[in-house]
Design a protein around this ligand. Sequence first.
Ligand code: COA
Length: 325
Amino acid sequence: MKKVKVIATAAAYPEQVVTNDDLAKIVDTSDEWISQRTGIKERRISSGENTSVFVIETARKLLERAEVSAEEIDLIIVASVTPDYGTPSLACMVQKALGTKNAVCFDIVAACSGFMFALSTADKFIKAGKYRNAIVIGGETLSKIVDWSDRSTCVLFGDGAGGAYIEETDEGGLLRENIGTEGECYEILTEGYTRCANAFNDIESYQDPRWYVFMNGREVFKFATKKVIQSIRQVLDEEGLQAEDIRYFIPHQANARIVEVIAKKLNVPFDRFEMNMERFGNTSSASIPIALNELNEKGLLERGDKIMLSGFGGDMTWATVLIEW
Ligand code: COA
């Protein structure tokens, strides 16, 4: 069977840095509370750029780094819960911006696991022989759907995009995955609800508080630690590997305490988990590809390294993908 390899990674995010002290000026919080409970110190927040700006910039860098032309791209999948529009998709906005005229382009939604679901989807298209390559991106401007008066959520999130260019190969690549959903729990974490109001029923109440992020933090914490641990164990078992065979674990960058629990339960030294939430906060579908790109840009990845990407998020979803670099 064909294999699928990550050839290039890239990321793009806003220039504006918002620190915990900046947040303490608008809600009743402190650097101490946010740092201790989450590990987050600062995040990038859009100064007005919408999600497509970061997604297109990421795609542009991927073409450059992979040294492929726009016309050569077969497939573009973008994962986002904060696209610019309902339609067009972000993927089609990339197509227009970069002239990837031969690509099939669409978006998917799987909350913070979105990049992983998109990667898995692209992997299957390529393995089925339908396409030779794909651009896969997770991108968000969560700042536009956060309630900036709610200290329990607004301190957690950030904006940005990250992605990978993947193509068919003979060896290595995406080795194994475990992805899943538990839709019956979706009310634990919601955002972006649009009320079904129209000119003939209730135009006055078009705005709805469920537009903003709502989260039961403790339930998310329990879900994340349980599912990510199960999912990583399953991938290791199925691949006949031990945790020590993995060079880097790249978890979803939601909360350092969640990562601590996962590392402890898996009996893996904490420092083998790549973490950047201190500087980016939780960027949802962008968090894992931004972290992967940072490792790659630092030159820390060597061909043959085994890297475990593992995320969780709303809907409720989880996703683990084992890559041989
Ligand atoms: N600053 C100061 N105090 C805050 C605060 C903030 N930003 N946010 C909440 N608090 C307060 C609460 O009001 C509460 O006060 P009370 O005891 O007087 O009622 C207290 O801190 C404890 O709140 P609680 O929600 O129980 O804290 P917690 O230890 O569960 O931490 C989270 C909250 C959100 C950090 C934690 O639950 C978490 O990280 N969950 C997972 C979230 C996640 O990963 N989401 C992403 C999904 S992809």
